[in-house]
Design a protein. Structure first.
Length: 297
């Protein structure tokens, strides 16, 4: 691997994740793209460290491997826009812990790749967490595998008029409804022009190769933020016992990534869930991009 440049490859675990470490003055943009793609397909997330990077480098590097960048229309948290086309965004809207989740698994076509760039690391804490959704499924009890394979999740929500205007970037209710429809959400309009919506999806998805089941969704974070609203499609409760098993597995198989300035992280959003530990200072400045691969995946 990387025979033309002096790059060190370090493991996060035996079969998951790799650190791509610059051991001399190599440009990130000069690394062999086919070697990156092969590593990414096999190990599912890559951390690029020790390269001279900035926002422009981050954009060029992610552009070289990705396409169809998303602008976060309909996203659930506030994100500050960094670049002109609105595809590089901050992830520091709040400092609390964020539970493991698949990015935008509350729409019907979530991004397949999520990129992160560390413009500035926190003074301490604030690690990004990742875990293998395929391993997560295999760690589930047989009864839990059966339950989550049979019963879909329901994510309901309510947006005031001023909130959907901001979230969907339009003042036209019909446009907002069409965006929701395109994202697989059912919408009900109220007399005050607020909207109720719901999104129904499985907690379990097939892997890209269709050979394995993958636990990847937004359930853990959604239950943390809105414990009373998220339920199964038939309106039955997702009990504390269910969440206890899921949270125990999540914590047990989580890998932590401590940020260094200039780090770039590339995540397979069809398999890897991510989150973050809480942090307490104002130094942490991490950017993200969401997109699809510009290579056979």
């Amino acid at each position: 691997m990387f025979t033309k440049t002096k790059i060190e490859i370090q493991p996060f675990s035996e079969n998951l994740g790799r650190k791509i470490i610059n051991t001399e003055n190599t440009s990130l943009l000069d690394i062999d793209k086919e070697e990156i793609i092969n590593l990414f397909k096999y190990y599912s997330f890559l951390l690029f460290r020790g390269f001279e990077t900035n926002v422009d480098t981050f954009a060029k590097f992610s552009n070289s491997l990705s396409k169809d960048f998303m602008d976060y229309t309909g996203g659930v948290i506030n994100r500050r826009i960094i670049n002109e086309d609105g595809t590089i965004l901050t992830v520091n809207d709040f400092k609390d812990e964020m539970k493991l989740h698949g990015e935008m698994y509350y729409i019907n076509k979530p991004p397949q790749i999520v990129w992160f760039f560390c413009a500035n690391p926190p003074l301490k804490d604030g690690e990004t967490t990742v875990c293998d959704g395929r391993q997560f499924f295999n760690e589930l009890s047989n009864s839990m595998q059966d339950l989550l394979s049979r019963k879909k999740l329901k994510f309901p929500g309510h947006l005031k008029k001023e909130d959907w205007q901001k979230k969907y970037k339009t003042n036209d209710l019909n446009v907002a409804k069409e965006i929701c429809k395109s994202q697989g959400k059912e919408v009900q309009v109220n007399e005050d022009e607020s909207i109720n919506f719901k999104f129904i999806c499985s907690a379990i998805h097939k892997s890209r190769t269709e050979k394995d089941d993958v636990f990847i969704n937004s359930l853990l974070q959604a239950k943390k933020v809105n414990p009373k609203s998220v339920c199964f499609e038939d309106d039955s409760e997702i009990t504390d016992e269910i969440m206890s098993e899921l949270n125990e597995i999540a914590e047990r198989i989580t890998i932590e990534i401590s940020w260094q300035k200039g780090d770039i992280l590339m995540i397979d959003n069809t398999r890897i869930m991510h989150g973050r530990r809480a942090f307490y200072d104002d130094q942490r400045d991490i950017y993200t991009r969401m997109c699809f691969p510009a290579f056979p995946f």
